[in-house]
Design a binder for this molecule. Structure first.
Ligand code: SF4
Length: 339
């Protein structure tokens, strides 16, 4: 794998995109799918904590906007509202949870999502008095400890040890949950969030490659680059500031997600051309990047691409045209370098 991290560019991108996201937005947006609360729920309330905690636990390999909209409708429906009540989840048979999670398309994989949802609800009811904040407190408000305990806490189930926090413990969802607790629920007591990696999903990966913070020559699954992408953002934000505090890797989650969701996702699947280049907040960096995805090895969908999809991060600009000419492949656009 011949990929490298351009920390200098990462710092420039971090400053520029974070500023754009905090002011004018990126591609006209600065709202996240999870920002809108169900009717009647107060920000920071126990209901809000439950809403965020349970919904984020099934936020994988699906359209996030549709997921959070379904969660809001499920919460607002008096017949399915109980799905956000830890005690009720504990007392309700799995078959009913499976059925009710489908009323507003909250579950995409009916049995699997319901098992995850209910297991997390039962954990918080049985071990943490129905209050995720009690779990955070037991971790001493230390974010690294929270991530560790999400992975290590277990219970006996049918004679076997089972995870207390299926999927919530994952390398994307655990950090995402912590970011939402800070940014959405306004829990400000969490410490050492600077040690929490950026929650890498296909959007974060796509945007990171598009602006050239990770680049080089590589053929393999996109998922294998996730570790490099986490490292890239840890290093890129070092020494930068957001107002009165230091910038951390988690701060780049929303700007990069927006860049990809409303921007890079629109690149032409075959040519790599991006119709949004002239107005892109990251055009300065995109124009210096020789990144392209070969359509024949990628199957991007509009919002979600399989983590196992093949990705090729192409060589530097000066080599790109000749390498494509010699390979006979259709030549991708190098943003900003067209005559
Ligand atoms: S120009 Fe297009 S592909 Fe490049 S960073 Fe901007 S939105 Fe993404």
């Amino acid at each position: 794998m011949a990929v490298s991290v351009d920390v200098h560019r990462g710092m420039e991108v971090a400053e520029s995109l974070h500023h754009a996201f905090s002011t004018v937005g990126i591609h006209g947006h600065n709202d996240m799918p999870e920002d809108l609360l169900p009717a009647g729920v107060d920000r920071g309330s126990p209901d809000h904590v439950a809403f965020v905690t349970l919904t984020v636990s099934i936020d994988y390999q699906r359209n996030a906007s549709a997921l959070w909209e379904s969660a809001r409708r499920t919460f607002e429906d008096s017949d399915s509202r109980y799905l956000f009540d830890f005690r009720a989840l504990h007392e309700t048979p799995l078959s009913k949870v499976v059925a009710d999670m489908q009323r507003h398309q909250l579950s995409r994989k009916p049995k699997k999502d319901a098992l995850t949802w209910r297991a997390i609800g039962v954990t918080f009811f049985e071990k943490w008095q129905g209050d995720p904040v009690a779990f955070l407190q037991d971790c001493g408000w230390e974010a690294p400890c929270v991530l560790e305990r999400l992975g290590s806490d277990k219970h006996l189930e049918a004679g076997r040890l089972a995870s207390d926090f299926p999927y919530l413990k994952g390398p994307k969802i655990g950090p995402l949950w912590l970011r939402m607790l800070r940014d959405n629920v306004s829990i400000d007591r969490l410490r050492h969030l600077e040690r929490v990696p950026i929650p890498v999903d296909v959007h974060i990966a796509r945007a990171t490659l598009a602006v050239g913070v990770v680049r080089g020559s590589y053929s393999g699954s996109l998922g294998e680059l996730f570790g490099t992408i986490r490292k890239a953002w840890f290093e890129s934000v070092r020494g930068l500031r957001v107002g009165q505090r230091e910038m951390i890797a988690l701060d780049m989650d929303e700007p990069l997600w927006h860049l990809s969701r409303y921007g890079c996702t629109n690149r032409h699947k075959q040519t790599g051309q991006c119709p949004l280049l002239p107005t892109c907040e990251a055009r300065e960096f995109a124009s210096r990047v020789a990144s392209a995805w070969r359509a024949r090895t990628l199957r991007w969908t509009r919002d979600v691409a399989p983590v196992g999809a093949k990705v090729i991060v192409t060589p530097p600009v000066r080599n790109l045209r000749s390498s494509y000419r010699s390979s006979g492949m259709p030549q991708p656009m190098i943003p900003g370098s067209q005559p």
